[in-house]
Design a protein around this ligand. Structure first.
Ligand code: OGA
Ligand code: NI
Length: 305
């Protein structure tokens, strides 16, 4: 059954979509609608087995519980995007954000550098490779539905934003002062789309209709965030959801984000098919230039501003 709790009554609940519904057109419509209205939804019965998710979370947690010295084996170097590092941020209200992060490419094979993949636990690689295969199938399905939702060929979005998959594991240690300490400050993801798993500690919030809404924890659900590049190619039809994370007073929160992204040199802008009647809202940009500007907070030229 597709649960669309936001349909009739205004709701503060992120849409939950059941992929096992035999009526796949209904599922596709729910994905499109959630992407237009929220830019985020939760998928249940998505086909990735609970056993694999448990193994993924187990090897990730065991890596982060190693000593700092052992984790430094895969430390991020200054000019690398991949590796293990602790991140600090300061937001406008002077809240400090802190999170330990591990980044490494998982797809395609030519982009994978195993020197950034933990060797300990031993089965880290095997489990992450299997998860990559499965999450990639899921993301391609979502991109097909989103392409059709724009009236385009089903491969259209994948051809632009599906070139690379980067895994980002987040580890948020507990903190007794969650009023002044947060996890990740408010942001939209740079990627095309993000598929997220979390452990059982809630903490993700999304911004909708001028308020922050808690994303409820549903065991083994995959949270899908529409990110900047799908906002741009859809000429604003699909939302790039603003989100942030809090930290727990007592327990460690973890999350696994797979960022589905264009290759560095891909030019990303609104599909020409979409800008017949509607003027383009975004300027086409090479993806690596977009990243450069976004991480430095440089302004973008949005064509409607
Ligand atoms: C991210 C992110 C959410 C979470 O990694 O970009 O938003 O729940 N993570 O940790
Ligand atoms: Ni994010």
């Amino acid at each position: 059954m597709v649960v669309e709790r936001d349909q009739d009554i205004p709701s503060s609940r992120v849409p939950i979509i059941d992929l096992s519904n035999p009526d796949q057109e209904l599922v596709a419509r729910a994905v499109v609608k959630a992407s237009e209205e929220w830019g985020v939804f939760q998928l249940i019965n998505h086909g990735i087995t609970t056993e694999l998710i448990q193994r993924l979370q187990d090897v990730g947690r065991r890596f982060f519980e190693l000593s700092e010295a052992e984790k430094k084996d895969v430390a991020k170097l200054d000019d690398s995007r991949e590796g293990y590092a602790r991140r600090y941020t300061l937001d406008l209200e002077k809240r400090i954000g802190t999170v330990d992060q591990l980044f490494h490419n998982v797809w395609p094979p030519s982009a994978v550098n195993y020197s950034y993949w933990p060797k300990n636990p031993q089965d880290y690689r095997e489990v992450n490779e299997e998860y990559t295969r499965q999450v990639k199938m899921l993301s391609e399905k979502i991109m097909e539905w989103l392409s059709e939702g724009l009236g385009l060929r089903r491969e259209a979005i994948n051809e632009v934003v599906g070139g690379e998959y980067l895994l980002n594991v987040n580890y948020y240690p507990p903190c007794p002062h969650p009023d002044v300490i947060e996890g990740l400050d408010a942001h939209t993801d740079i990627s095309g789309l993000t598929l997220l798993l979390t452990n059982e500690i809630p903490g993700l919030q999304v911004f909708k209709d001028d308020q922050w809404i808690d994303v409820e924890y549903i065991p083994f659900a995959v949270i899908v965030n529409i990110s900047d590049q799908i906002l741009r190619i859809s000429n604003g039809k699909y939302k790039s959801v603003l989100h942030k994370t809090t930290v727990d007073k007592e327990k460690t929160r973890m999350s696994w984000a797979v960022l589905v992204r264009p290759t560095n040199d891909m030019v990303v802008g609104p599909f020409t098919e979409l800008i017949g009647d509607d003027p383009p809202k975004f300027k086409s940009m090479v993806y690596k230039d977009y990243i450069y500007r976004k991480v430095r907070n440089l302004p973008f030229v949005d064509l409607d501003s």
